[in-house]
Design a protein around this ligand. Structure first.
Ligand code: SAH
Ligand code: SF4
Ligand code: F3S
Length: 448
């Protein structure tokens, strides 16, 4: 029995992988602890998406291995995307590291720990073979929400992006495995699932995912709509989200499925990256600004109140002031509910790394600040427009900021704070009448 602590950097996929690793270690007889001080095994789940993400993970790994002097029995290892990128070289960058496991091989972690305890090491595993569906379905969540992988890898190859080279070829999980995994989650009290994939609308387009005889009661043909329908029919699952979207997959059928399937939230994360056609083309995003607009229009025609969130990169090689102004104008035109703005970071061996990173860091910072300020104003207007209205929220529990209050989230994922008169419990979906709003938070009263 080893006491372990997992620290996670990176995206929701890494959060899911850390949850999986935690579940597998617990199954193997180990015990999760709340702080790294108590732990004899430290697992750092790393991200490679930007240079800063790698610097953070490397810094943490070095700190953890240096402090091994104070904790002589301590095992320290790295998992995740940066391990896949660096391979064995990670042991030069982080001396005294005990193991390094790439994202495809995380199910091998318990066995690798056994080997290290038996005196082997350092061990590197960056193979591509995934674990069994049974191993990949393990969960350890205690709350009401869970992430579920539906598609691994990515085949899009955007020119700036490291993900395809570290997460490998796109592969969709069979619908049956996903549904079985979520049924078990529902039996264990999970109310909300977020279906994960880098380009989730590619679900089922590369490999077969459906049993041949599966007929959609609503007549859906597209694999993602059918999967949403199957998950929607699972008893106890009241909310379904999926991320990330791509304009090419925003079909009328998907929009209708989102409207007709009651558990599916009217929310889509639809990264736009840029509002300039020439930049989008060099990013190899696979759509023009007009195609992006058309995708949003298709969604809004069917679901007028859908919340749309996005990712934007500023300072891509060759991004001019004019390109940037086009991005700014498009963001304003679409009126995103939320936006994550990133400064372009050159990733080794990507096509964009061939081009000079010619927007200065100062200019990137400046563009970042401008978009953030615009977004705050937009988000605040969107929140204020909800004052006087009722929203449906999934209740998560006591508010962390104010213990006298409770909180939940709207379908758009906005935190909503309310006073619980004792009638509401965790996991309920309730109506709240909004009477006050800040940029990121709504405040209101329970509607009886
Ligand atoms: N698969 C998702 C995005 C995954 S990465 C999609 O395509 O929608 C999350 C975000 O990180 C991306 O949307 C992009 O905005 C940002 N990103 C990826 N590579 C980057 C880089 N090299 N520099 C800066 N931001 C980057
Ligand atoms: Fe990267 Fe593009 Fe794939 Fe997203 S879709 S993971 S940005 S290559
Ligand atoms: Fe996610 Fe970072 Fe890997 S964004 S897919 S953890 S490179």
């Amino acid at each position: 029995m080893i006491k372990f602590f997992v620290k996670t950097y990176g995206c929701q996929m890494n959060v899911r992988d850390s949850g999986l690793v935690t579940a597998l270690l617990i199954k193997h007889g180990h015990v999760a602890v709340a702080t790294e001080q108590e732990a004899d095994l430290i697992v750092i789940n790393t991200c490679s998406v930007r240079g800063k993400a790698e610097d953070k993970a490397l810094g943490k790994l070095r700190l953890m291995t240096i402090t091994k002097k104070e904790f002589p029995n301590r095992i320290v290892g790295a998992i995740g995307c940066m391990v896949q990128r660096l391979g064995e070289d990670i042991f030069d960058k982080v001396p005294h590291l005990d193991f390094a496991i790439g994202p495809n091989r995380i199910t091998s972690l318990p066995g690798i720990i056994d080997a290290i305890q038996a005196g082997q090491g350092p061990i590197c595993d960056v193979g591509l073979d995934k674990g069994t569906e049974e191993e990949l379905s393990a969960h350890s969540e205690s709350g009401i929400s869970a992430f579920v992988n539906i598609l691994f890898g990515c085949n899009r190859r955007c020119t700036y992006c490291i993900v395809p080279s570290v997460r490998g070829t796109e592969w969709s999980r069979p619908a049956e495995s996903i549904v079985n995994e979520i049924k078990v989650l529902a039996d264990n009290g999970i109310k909300e699932v977020t279906l994960l994939g880098q380009s989730v609308m590619a679900y089922g387009k590369r490999n077969e995912v459906h049993p041949e005889d599966y007929i959609s009661p609503n007549g859906y043909i597209e694999p993602l709509s059918r999967l949403l329908e199957a998950v929607n029919n699972i008893e106890g699952i009241n909310r379904i989200r999926f991320t990330s979207g791509h304009p090419s997959g925003c079909t009328i059928e998907l929009a209708k499925a989102m409207r007709e399937l009651t558990a599916v939230c009217a929310h889509m994360h639809l990264p736009v990256q840029s509002g300039s056609d020439s930049i989008l083309k060099r990013m190899r995003r696979g759509y023009t600004v007009d195609e992006y607009r058309a995708a949003v229009a298709r969604l809004r025609n069917v679901l007028p109140d859908i919340a749309i969130t996005t990712d934007v990169i500023v300072g891509f090689p060759g991004e001019t002031e004019e390109d940037f102004e086009q991005t700014r104008a498009l963001m304003n035109e679409i009126g995103f509910n939320n936006a994550f703005i990133f400064k372009y970071s050159t990733r080794p061996s990507t096509p964009a790394a061939e081009w000079e990173d010619n927007v200065t860091d100062e200019e990137k910072m400046n563009r970042n600040q401008i978009l953030l300020k615009d977004q705050d104003e937009r988000a605040s207007a969107i929140s204020n427009a909800l004052i006087g209205k009722n929203v449906d929220i999934l209740v998560e529990g006591v508010s962390s900021r104010n213990k006298d209050r409770w909180m939940g989230r709207t379908e758009a994922n906005t935190i909503t704070v309310f006073e619980n008169d004792g009638t509401v419990k965790v996991g309920d979906i309730i109506k709240v009448h909004i009477n006050r709003a800040t940029i990121f938070t709504l405040y209101g009263e329970i509607v009886k």
